[in-house]
Design a protein around this ligand. Structure first.
Ligand SMILES: O=C(O)[C@@H]1CCC(=O)N(CCc2ccc(Cl)cc2)[C@H]1c1ccccc1Cl
Length: 311
């Protein structure tokens, strides 16, 4: 590519390998580009540690997976799915994958750091959020899931442990290892290969193993209940007992839940997926925005709003 000679009128054009303002292209990162620090969390197939990029001082969360363990547990497919979906999703409420690399032992996902931890910890600490907080964070969760569904992606394991809080106290949805991204022309937009976490699993997944957008909607209903009361609606002494409660819609509100909030949960936690408020058959999650519980909430521009103080 002969460099064009700069003339008075024609400033030097950056060569194709340089981006617009002449910066170096994004070089493939390697392990030695980072200093790894304290452990932030342990998953069944991964460890998340703080990672500082030496060249810039930027601090990230590094999700490190042991290759031998992944192979032994036959999870290679899930790792590739997580990588592809993280790479494809770009939204302020979805954790961002900055770099992905590997060495002989491990795979590394360099992700946004979420300094304020899991939403679950806040719910437990406060015993449930004040109505204004519950409204705001439920709206952010609905916004994030609506974006994923628009990208033909089912999360399939939405729960307060997978909803992190950034330094600005906005949400960052994480853990896409069990998500499913459909191709544009895929006729059957249902997934048959995975069961989520017992407290948030939908009845249709337990009966006919099929999960779709309405199953993520069910999880939103469970999270709404938990944001308001401090506990998930369906909780048995073991997984089987929890499944029984889900299938029988066996849950009850404690006293003190505002009527509009209760009504919203009751309209989502419906056994028939198509009849749920916000179901794909009823036009999708946007239907939730019109519910009286959200009266007064400005849905547009949530990422730019200041979250209400966590209480
Ligand atoms: O998708 C990519 O960017 C590459 C493509 C080339 C490649 O080899 N990998 C790793 C594939 C892989 C997945 C699981 C195990 Cl146990 C080993 C290798 C992919 C990869 C690299 C780093 C981190 C994750 C992944 Cl999936």
């Amino acid at each position: 590519q002969p460099r064009q000679t700069a003339t008075a009128e024609q400033p030097p054009q950056p060569s194709p390998s340089q981006d617009a303002i002449g910066r170096q292209p994004a070089r493939k990162r390697v392990v030695s580009d980072f200093d790894f620090g304290r452990t932030l969390g342990e998953g069944s197939y991964s460890t998340v540690v703080e990672a500082t990029e030496r060249a810039t001082g930027r601090v990230y969360a590094a999700k490190i997976l042991d290759k031998r363990h992944i192979i032994k547990e036959k999870k290679i497919k899930y790792v590739n799915i997580e990588r592809d979906i993280l790479q494809a999703l770009h939204h302020p409420f979805v954790v961002r994958l900055h770099y992905a690399f590997q060495d002989s032992q491990s795979l590394y996902f360099i992700l946004d750091l979420a300094p304020n931890g899991e939403l679950l910890a806040w719910i437990r600490k406060l015993g449930g959020l004040a109505e204004a907080c519950a409204r705001f964070y439920l709206a952010e969760i609905i916004t994030a899931v609506e974006y994923m569904h628009a990208e033909r992606t089912l999360h399939r394991d939405i729960k307060p442990e997978n909803i992190l809080l950034g330094s600005n106290m906005h949400i960052l949805v994480t853990d896409f290892g069990t998500a499913k991204m459909f191709k544009k022309d895929e006729p059957d937009q249902r997934a048959y290969s995975f069961v989520g976490t017992a407290e948030y699993v939908s009845p249709e997944l337990l009966t006919d193993k099929a999960a779709d957008c309405n199953s993520d909607l069910w999880a939103i209903g469970c999270i709404a209940f938990q944001l308001l009361t401090g506990r998930p609606p369906f909780k048995g002494s073991n997984e089987y007992q929890t499944f029984q409660k889900v299938l029988k819609l066996d849950y009850a509100f404690p006293p003190g839940v505002p009527p509009h909030a209760r009504d919203l949960v009751e309209r989502i936690l419906v056994l028939d997926p198509a009849s749920r408020l916000g179901s794909t058959q009823r036009g999708g999650l946007r239907e939730l925005r019109a519910h009286p519980f959200f009266r007064g909430l400005e849905w547009h521009g949530l990422p730019a709003q200041t979250p209400p103080p966590m209480a």
